[in-house]
Design a protein around this ligand. Structure first.
Ligand code: ACM
Length: 721
């Protein structure tokens, strides 16, 4: 590619760029000149290393010759503003402070050709004047649900920095894992960092304080602020499992292995809780120089406080009228503690419940109405809700991210309180195997719109992005498709051929699907297919997507079952929820069982409706057993139904009830349950039609995090034997 087009590939798009006559010849005789302060020399060293790594050119160390000059110029206005001038004789990077100077260096890097050249590089003459539109441009990584190793975190920091995102929000603790070593409370790492998965395996990991310091320093060198998040008072089960005395019930609990909102929270009636939190924060503050500490504050069920004597006493003593005010008391008390250490508190928008101090920064995730409330209360805000990168690629497309207004109409009169935006990656269903498919290129779109929202031009962005894809490939970044999932599967039974057809809808045309049928993990050497695969018998099928040798996700496992209703016509009296009917019309008679995740497309969910599912076996058939599995995962609003009934018929008109079962549903249980609802005929029946009726639970009860909303029921297959 010719050098002149490179300046047109900058992301984010700079505020002003003028081309000039001529070009600067970059070769190994060029040196870097920088002011003699430590940070300027660090930036010069960073730039020298980046030019060597990106282009292969090792710059001269000498005192003579043409130069890349770094300069601090107080006349350049703006916290992160910079000017980059390329003439025939020199390249000048100037800013009033080091933050701007570093971004100038990143812009210069993006002017280098993507492919390494053998000879000198010609950089066209130009002048760029640039500054970001928003001061907060961030990415949040949840390492609580799945642990991400230091090397992975550093790689993402490199990428954030390349695109001038300036904040890495490190979500270090959650129910399912505590990930930061705290010297005063060693059990947080010994106990809280590890959970036993449903299959009995142990999962976990944590960062030592040395590793945290190393990452924070790595980020500092790259102009990235690291904000730690220590979740409180909810999403704290891992801490409560480590120190049960922090909970209201004082009972041992396990580190949870299911997702959702969990009722056990820090007991805010007890002084010991505050002592613990302050001691933890002391160690956190010593590790993170950022002026901010994120304390979470989201999704706090009030059940335990209602039943706890100390919490109720606290409410009386402090004159608090309900548990929302108790939460507000907690947040304000932690906020005062942090303020005493010179730190500003950031919390999710629930910190507004029961009243919030206007000096807290509110991270908005539940919608513009919550943002508007925070703004009216005088808080500064960070917009996160529209940028949840755990959303599937086909739902939150690249274009949708790019088109999102960071200051929607609802915020218009408070423009100056909107600090910027952040894209969180929650990792319930994310590991290092698929994280980058969700992060990129969507995070690159966020980088552009937080830097320069007013210059948005999607077709132009897509064009510039093409060069970046080549760069990302060189850096072994497993970026995802722009508007399709990496791969979606559909299964169908073909009655004439008596086989299953696995249909794959691929997000990239060069994606290969590698599979095994012996239980082993697919590798890049396993047999492959692109669009479809046929299987004539039940096997332990595992499929993983690859681009070249690189796995693009963890393998998907499919559990098949052979029975009399597979592939037969099935009618539903009500349609499943659109988000949970991924596997097609046949889903309850497709020969596939649900797996570990209710969102795997094999489980199917109905919300707020009863169901009558009728299967036509097409001929009079001996029926010995009918069964179906139902799921309960209360934190995700999924409850067992009230009742399940099976009937059979020979003509589809007159029905014979063969089985009925009702459930005494415990909506308060946080255990994941799979209930096999099985009928076995005493003596063989003969039927053409088989029917399952399900009475749903109804509205989620008081005290549930979704109280008043209709519950879901989830079922995977109607197995007829
Ligand atoms: C959140 O997504 N619970 C902040």
């Amino acid at each position: 590619m010719s050098a002149t087009t490179l300046a047109q590939n900058l992301i984010p798009q700079p505020q002003r760029l003028e081309h000039r006559e001529g070009a600067f010849r970059l070769d190994s005789s060029v040196r870097i000149v920088a002011p003699n302060d430590l940070r300027s020399r660090e930036i010069a060293d960073f730039l020298r290393g980046a030019i060597r790594d990106d282009s292969g050119i090792a710059l001269a160390e000498g005192r003579n010759g043409r130069a890349i000059e770094l300069r601090l110029d107080p006349k350049i206005m703006g916290e992160e503003a910079y000017r980059l001038t390329v003439t025939k004789d020199r390249i000048a990077l100037a800013a009033s402070n080091h933050r701007g100077l570093f971004w100038a260096a990143q812009t210069l890097r993006q002017l280098l050709p993507v492919e390494r050249s053998v000879g000198p590089i010609s950089i066209p003459a130009m002048r760029i004047e640039d500054a970001p539109q928003f001061s907060y441009r961030g990415h949040m990584l949840d390492v609580g649900r799945h642990f991400m190793p230091v090397e992975f975190v550093k790689k993402q920091i490199d990428l954030l920095s390349y695109y001038k995102l300036n904040t890495f929000h490190w979500h270090l603790t959650d129910d399912q894992g505590w990930r930061i070593e705290i010297k005063k409370y060693p059990k947080l790492a010994e106990v809280g960092a590890w959970r036993t998965e449903a299959d009995g395996s142990r999962y976990g990991g944590f960062y030592t304080q040395d590793q945290i310091r190393d990452v924070v320093e790595y980020a500092r060198l790259r102009n990235i602020m690291v904000i730690p998040e220590i979740e409180m008072p909810g999403h704290a089960s891992a801490a409560l499992a480590s120190y049960p005395e922090l909970s209201c019930r004082k009972q041992p609990i396990d580190v949870p292995n299911v997702w959702g909102v969990i009722k056990d929270v820090y007991c805010v009636g007890d002084e010991f809780t505050f002592e613990f939190i302050e001691n933890v924060l002391d160690e956190v503050i010593a590790l993170f120089p950022a002026a901010y500490v994120h304390i979470g504050g989201d999704e706090v069920p009030k059940d335990r406080w209602r039943e706890s004597a100390s919490s109720q006493k606290r409410m009386r003593d402090e004159n608090l009228k309900d548990e929302h005010e108790l939460q507000s008391y907690f947040v304000k008390r932690v906020q005062r503690y942090l303020a005493g250490k010179g730190k500003t508190l950031i919390g999710w928008d629930e910190i507004l419940e029961g009243g919030a101090d206007s000096s807290a920064i509110v991270e908005v995730w539940r919608g513009d109405a919550e943002g508007a409330k925070a703004l009216a209360n005088g808080n500064k805000i960070i917009s996160a809700g529209p940028f949840y990168l755990d959303s599937p690629l086909n739902a939150l497309t690249l274009e949708k991210v790019y088109a999102t207004e960071i200051v929607p109409a609802a915020y218009a009169s408070h423009r100056e309180q909107v600090l910027g935006a952040e894209a969180p990656l929650w990792t319930e269903r994310v590991t290092t195997a698929n994280a980058e498919t969700l992060l990129y290129p969507r995070l690159i779109a966020l980088a552009e719109i937080t830097w320069n929202a007013d210059k948005r031009d999607y077709p132009d962005f897509l064009q510039r992005l093409q060069a970046h894809y080549r760069r990302l490939t060189q850096w072994q970044v497993g970026y995802g498709p722009e508007n399709r999932n990496v791969v979606d599967f559909r299964f169908a039974w073909n009655p004439s051929a008596q086989n299953w057809r696995v249909q794959a809808e691929r997000g990239f045309s060069d994606l290969q699907l590698r599979y095994t049928t012996d239980g082993s993990e697919p590798s890049s050497a396993s047999p492959g297919f692109t669009d479809s695969l046929t299987l004539s018998q039940v096997v332990p099928l595992k499929i993983a997507p690859f681009r070249g040798a690189r796995a693009y996700a963890s393998p998907r496992e499919f559990t098949m079952v052979s029975h009399k209703a597979v592939g037969k016509s099935i009618q539903y009296s009500s349609q499943p929820n659109a988000n949970y009917r991924l596997a097609g019309e046949q889903v309850l008679a497709d020969g596939l069982l649900g797996g570990g995740s209710f969102a795997d497309g094999m489980w199917t969910g109905w919300q707020g409706e009863n169901l009558r599912a009728t299967i036509d076996l097409k001929a009079s058939t001996p029926v010995n057993a009918i069964s179906a599995r139902f799921l309960q995962q209360s934190g995700s609003w999924i409850l067992l139904p009230k009742a399940v009934r099976y009937s059979v018929s020979s003509d589809g008109k007159r029905w014979k009830r063969v089985y009925a079962r009702s459930f005494d549903v415990d909506a308060g249980s946080e255990q994941r349950l799979v209930e096999d609802v099985a009928f076995h005929a005493d003596k063989p029946l003969t039927a053409r039609y088989v029917r399952m009726e399900v009475d749903q639970y109804g509205s989620l009860p008081a005290g549930h995090n979704g109280a008043g909303h209709p519950a879901y029921f989830f079922v995977d297959e109607i197995v007829v034997k």
